[in-house]
Ligand binder design. Structure first.
Ligand SMILES: [Zn+2]
Length: 232
């Protein structure tokens, strides 16, 4: 790089510094979206090492899951909440990819995700995806699939109508509300396969349960689940 270009780059960085998406501190060279300190200190769950973790227990008696994991604890006002908010609303697609890679590396180390055939993301309503320009869970799924070295499948698990606001509903009515929202196109592509379904946050699990139901109805062999965060 010539000296003028380097000066111009440094000046741009000074005027528009890149900030960590978790703590808002300055990023230095070599850091992508999250600073080294945050990467070290984020509230990791280590659920990938424990089959009967709290996220997995959420699905007991609701839908059969081969493995369930969430990488981070989600607390209001935390760095995790800030990151996921930026991924969702600020167009930070590379942050999704980086988080997906962090998650994927953990799943790989844990060993319970070794037999996955395909990675799928929880879909957004097509209208919302058009407005946002991307599906944040798809960005995460791409990162996970890279690490596990398996294909990611888009356009098979689809969402086809808007749901009413879920915030004031209990777990059962949330599931009822979501039951007919997801559909499968091209079922042959997933029949008999071991599926890993990716979401950004596991809260009540209702969305994943509804997705899982249509996946089993379409003939998948098994369902595993992974998310970036888990709401305690
Ligand atoms: Zn940071």
């Amino acid at each position: 790089m010539n000296v003028f270009l380097r000066l111009a780059t440094d000046l741009l960085k000074l005027l528009f510094p890149r900030l960590c998406n978790a703590c808002s501190g300055y990023l230095v060279r070599g850091e992508r979206n999250i600073c080294t300190t945050c990467l070290r200190d984020l509230p990791y769950t280590d659920y990938h090492l424990h089959a009967d973790n709290r996220a997995a227990k959420q699905f007991w008696g609701r839908i059969p899951c081969k493995a369930v994991s969430a990488m981070l604890y989600f607390r209001k006002g935390s760095r995790v909440q800030r990151m996921l908010h930026r991924l969702k609303y600020n167009g930070q697609m590379d942050l999704g990819l980086e988080l997906g890679q962090l998650l994927g590396n953990r799943l790989k180390a844990g060993g319970s995700y070794a037999d996955i055939d395909l990675v799928l993301a929880v879909p957004l309503h097509p209208k919302r995806e058009r407005l946002r320009g991307y599906n944040q869970s798809q960005c995460i799924a791409n990162g996970v699939a890279q690490c596990l070295n398996v294909p990611v499948l888009e356009g098979v698990l689809c969402k086809h109508r808007s749901t009413s606001s879920q915030t004031r509903k209990g777990r059962f009515s949330r599931y009822e509300n979501l039951k007919d929202v997801f559909e499968i196109r091209d079922a042959e592509r997933i029949r008999g396969k071991q599926i890993l379904l990716i979401d950004d946050v596991i809260t009540t699990g209702a969305t994943i349960e509804a997705c899982g139901q249509v996946l089993y109805d379409a003939g998948v062999e098994s369902l595993s689940i992974a998310a970036i965060a888990f709401t305690e």
